[in-house]
Design a protein around this ligand. Structure first.
Ligand code: FNR
Length: 358
């Protein structure tokens, strides 16, 4: 089982302090950041016994692809701070592990170059969209991602403004210089690339249209009513996420919001059940199993991938993801679940899914 805490300690020694602080940090007093990781450990399971688990199958289907592992790479900004190959290395590690790679709008490597790496390894990648104040700038990135072979767009809905960081804020190394502009091109007026505060559900349709019909997955959903509104506006899936505790401090951990959202989406009248995914604080196969048991069909990891990238580039990213998958497979066997779809069918123990909130 990968030791993510040890990986983080090693990365901390290797990274410049401002880069480590930027990656590790949360917003406000860090309440959401701390609670999110702990919450998975509070999910109690009622394992099944006497099931044949000789062959545990971790494959899961997402729009447009079947993936060997349900543990993907969350979009995170500025991988160039962690490794000279930046997102090229992360994408290669993910593709070799069979894991979905979500490329951030704030990538420090060119979209087309990342696409080539993933395509060459037969992997799957999605493009995460921050709608920027300049819609044409945003549309340009989306069209390039679609042309380069992104399988879906991930619209991040929880960032109309950037959360107030606990520490000193984004590293100046991250937010200035040529890496920041690698996909945006020369920008005289940097305010064009600032997050738009007027993004609404209608933008799900806008993104589908300008991308030529790519599935749009909405990230940052923490309420049932918002999940249903995403579905009504044509989203292909939602990611239950509080942005790694970096946006609204006090926002609920994904583990608490997920059961209600997954149930509401599955029960949509007349609709095919829309999938829910989850991220935030997932560090072990057990955490992933808890999320899958609460109704997620896939999960994403953010910071652990950055620590692996800093420690050993593509190879370490692959080892982390392979290790998490193997750990999940072992936990699935112990839970009596030979496939991802059989996890969702009721292995949460008494009290779960209890929180019925939101
Ligand atoms: C993020 N996250 C994020 N999300 C997004 O949609 N676009 C982005 O560019 C970023 N950038 C980013 C940078 C860093 C350093 C972190 C830690 C996070 C949020 C990310 O996708 C995900 O929601 C969380 O990271 C998941 O939590 P864990 O696994 O990091 O605990």
């Amino acid at each position: 089982m990968p030791d993510v805490a040890e990986l983080e300690r090693r990365a901390r020694r290797l990274l410049p302090a401002d880069a480590y602080d930027y990656y590790a940090g949360g917003s406000g007093r860090g309440a959401t950041l701390r609670a999110s990781a702990d919450a998975w450990g509070q999910v109690w399971l009622a394992p099944r016994i006497l099931r044949d688990v000789t062959a545990v199958d971790t494959t899961t289907a997402v729009p447009g692809a079947t993936l060997p592992t349900p543990i993907g790479v969350a979009p995170t900004a500025y991988h160039g701070l962690a490794h000279p190959d930046g997102e090229l290395a992360t994408a290669a590690g993910a593709a070799r592990a069979g894991a979905l790679f979500v490329l951030s709008t704030r990538s420090t490597r060119r979209i087309e170059d990342v696409a080539e790496v993933v395509g060459g390894l037969g992997g799957t990648w999605w493009f995460q969209v921050y709608v920027m104040r300049d819609r044409e700038l945003t549309a340009g990135l989306v069209r390039r991602a679609a042309a380069a072979g992104a399988g879906a767009l991930v619209l991040t809905g929880d960032t109309p403004v950037v959360g107030r960081p606990l520490g000193p804020g984004p590293s100046p190394r991250a937010v200035s210089g040529p890496d920041f502009l690698v996909n945006l091109g020369p920008l005289e007026d940097l305010s064009r690339a600032v997050h738009a505060a007027d993004v609404t559900f209608a933008d799900i349709g806008w993104l589908a249209e300008i991308s030529g019909g790519l599935p749009v997955v909405v990230k940052g959903v923490l309420r049932r009513d918002d999940a249903l509104a995403c579905a009504a506006h044509g989203a292909a899936a939602v990611i239950v996420s509080n942005h790694g505790g970096r946006q609204l401090d006090g926002a609920v951990p994904a583990a608490w919001a997920l059961p209600g959202i997954a149930a509401a989406l599955a029960a949509r009248p007349g609709g095919q059940g829309l999938p829910a995914y989850a991220d935030g604080g997932i560090r072990t196969g057990s955490d992933a199993l808890a999320a899958l048991a609460l109704g997620a069909r896939a999960v994403f990891v953010g910071r652990p991938v950055l620590w692996a990238l800093a420690c050993g580039g593509a190879q370490a990213v692959q080892e982390l993801l392979d290790g998490l998958r193997a750990d999940l497979a072992q936990q699935m066997a112990l839970a009596g679940a030979a496939s991802v779809s059989s996890i969702a069918a009721g292995i949460t123990g008494p009290g779960w899914p209890s929180p019925g909130l939101l």
